[in-house]
Design a protein around this ligand. Structure first.
Ligand code: FAD
Ligand code: NAD
Length: 468
């Protein structure tokens, strides 16, 4: 039986990054993955393919809606070649997952393909596709088995008409009317893909706002922008029935007053969150406890109740984000190697890759109010930015929340062009505990979208934004 210092179960961004960091630290490392390709949800059916389709559909949308105004006349109206769009996406995925194979080789990490399960706290069995079983021994095990789409008890996901994000990434036709249950990140990103390609999109959301966990201003602004591309929103609606008959799907929901909404479409995308995945992992054989929500329970060092067994990423508490999983992979490898790493969970940014993009870090205004923290708000609309006008991307704003007395930046919430990339400046500023005035006094190249962050910081400092 091969023996390792570290065996990682699951090769998503948590698992593969943890394995690489462990190998960098001189630990003999193996990774176990039940699928044929490495990279987990994120690389195969999550972050990467969704962004590939978001980029393609955005190009199409621009060609149809803004090229003429830019002075670009196309000979004929652009047409969608969906099979090619899906094939390009798959090409991006294949390239990216192959990259992980390379990284495993480079770092001398042994890769085992097959379903991993605990035999006991120090032994992992790998059941391969051909039914054979191999056992490996480990001083430390990192559980990085991720998550799967969640559903509602009365919904039958037939994967044809009633689908999850996984199927939505490989449809063979553009839906006429896609009904989306859940106005969270997946619903709005994949809704954007098909909305831009011409589908009618109806979003049914249980809460009174879309992206309800983000700062409320973001949901309001995003809703306005998505309505412009034809989204219909049914907020404060509780879905109670989903049926599929032939090519028709019907969704019934009640609003807060008990009035019934009936929607008919050709696809229903169920996007109501994801659940931690621990099926057939044999946690009981290792004696590992789960919490009340089916997640692997961990302490502040991401160690389970069993010494030497750790868990990271979507399978434990916290935001289900690839970069959170990566941080945790690195953290655990360093803990195992005897180091004392740290993660500041409050400064893990969240991004929604719609257009305009939404990006956020730190406290929301609602959290500061609830905590009774004295704060001030500065904001700057992109319509006042020369760079945004040049690119015709004037929707949205940047909001800076700073402590009323100390001026320390407590939260930054952006909706607008390239906010996914711009949020990094806010994260760096907050890691260094910058004040709003610090940002206001730093030169930002002109003309760039980043000037809007400085303007919002000037507005927060003492209401002295220059361009509003
Ligand atoms: P996963 O990536 O889920 O990987 C777990 C791996 O473990 C899988 O490969 C699985 O096959 C394997 N596994 C499970 N059980 C076993 C077992 N017993 N034996 C062997 N292998 C096993 N996050 C972002 O930050 N940015 C985004 O833009 C983004 N976009 C997304 C878009 C979509 C459509 C979806 C669905 C998710 C998106 N996410 C995004 C979330 C992101 O994918 C997850 O947060 C991230 O993948 C979690 O990483 P992980 O390593 O914990 O688990
Ligand atoms: P989510 O938690 O973002 O959104 C789910 C939405 O469904 C919520 O707004 C919720 O109120 C709503 N909902 C729940 N039950 C409902 C019901 N019965 N009827 C109507 N609405 C209901 O989850 P998601 O969009 O499925 O995404 C899953 C995870 O994947 C998220 O945690 C997210 O972090 C991650 N993800 C991240 C990105 C990104 O970082 N850009 C992209 C996609 C997915």
């Amino acid at each position: 039986m091969n023996q390792y210092d570290v065996v990682v179960i699951g090769s998503g961004p948590g698992g593969y990054v943890g394995a690489i960091r462990a190998a960098q630290l001189g630990l003999k490392t193996a990774i176990v993955e039940r699928y044929n390709t490495l990279g987990g949800t994120c690389l195969n059916v999550g972050c990467i393919p969704s962004k590939a389709l978001l980029d393609s559909s955005e190009h199409y949308h621009q060609a149809v809606h803004t090229f003429a105004e830019h002075g670009i006349d196309l000979k004929s109206a652009p047409k969608i070649n969906l099979p090619q769009m899906i094939a390009r996406k798959q090409g991006v995925v294949d390239q990216t997952t192959k990259g992980i194979d390379f990284l495993m080789k480079k770092n001398k990490i042994d890769v085992y393909h097959g379903h991993g399960s605990f035999v006991d706290a120090r032994t992992v069995a790998i059941t391969k596709d051909d039914g054979s079983v191999e056992q490996i021994g480990a001083k430390n095990v990192i559980i990085a088995t991720g998550s799967k789409p969640a559903s509602l008890p009365f919904i039958n996901i037939d994967k044809k008409r009633v689908i999850t994000s996984t199927e939505a990434l490989k449809l063979d036709e553009v839906p006429k009317h896609m009904i989306i249950i859940g106005g969270g990140v997946i619903g709005l990103e994949l809704g954007s893909v098909y909305g831009r390609l011409g589908s009618q999109i109806s979003v049914v959301e249980y809460m009174d706002s879309i992206i309800p966990t983000m700062d409320r201003t973001m949901g309001k602004e995003l809703q306005k922008s998505l309505k412009k591309i034809g989204f219909d929103f049914y907020l404060s609606h509780k879905v109670k029935e989903v049926t599929a008959k032939g090519k028709t799907v019907t969704v019934k929901a009640d609003n807060a007053k008990g009035e019934e909404l009936v929607l008919e479409g050709d696809y229903v995308l169920v996007a109501v969150g994801r659940r931690p995945y621990t099926d057939n992992l044999g946690l009981d054989k290792a004696g590992v406890k789960m919490d009340e929500r089916g997640r692997v329970e961990v302490d502040n060092h991401l160690q389970t109740n069993v010494a030497g067994i750790y868990a990271i990423g979507d399978v434990v508490k916290g935001a289900m984000l690839a970069h959170k999983a990566e941080e945790e992979g690195t953290f655990v490898a360093e803990v195992i190697a005897g180091q004392k790493p740290h993660i500041n969970y409050n400064l893990i940014p969240g991004v929604v890759y719609t257009w305009p993009e939404v990006a956020s870090v730190g406290y929301t205004e609602e959290q500061l109010k609830a905590d009774g923290t004295p704060y001030k708000v500065g904001s700057f609309p992109f319509k006042a930015s020369g760079r945004a006008r040049a690119s015709m991307d004037t929707d949205g704003l940047i909001k800076v929340l700073a402590h009323k007395e100390t001026d320390e930046i407590l939260g930054v919430h952006m909706i607008g062009p390239r906010c996914a990339d711009m949020i990094a400046e806010a994260v760096v500023a907050m890691e260094f505990r910058a004040s709003a005035e610090d940002i206001a006094r730093i030169s930002h190249a002109h003309p760039t979208f980043t000037e809007s962050f400085r303007e919002a910081a000037l507005d927060a400092t003492d209401k002295r934004a220059i361009h509003i």
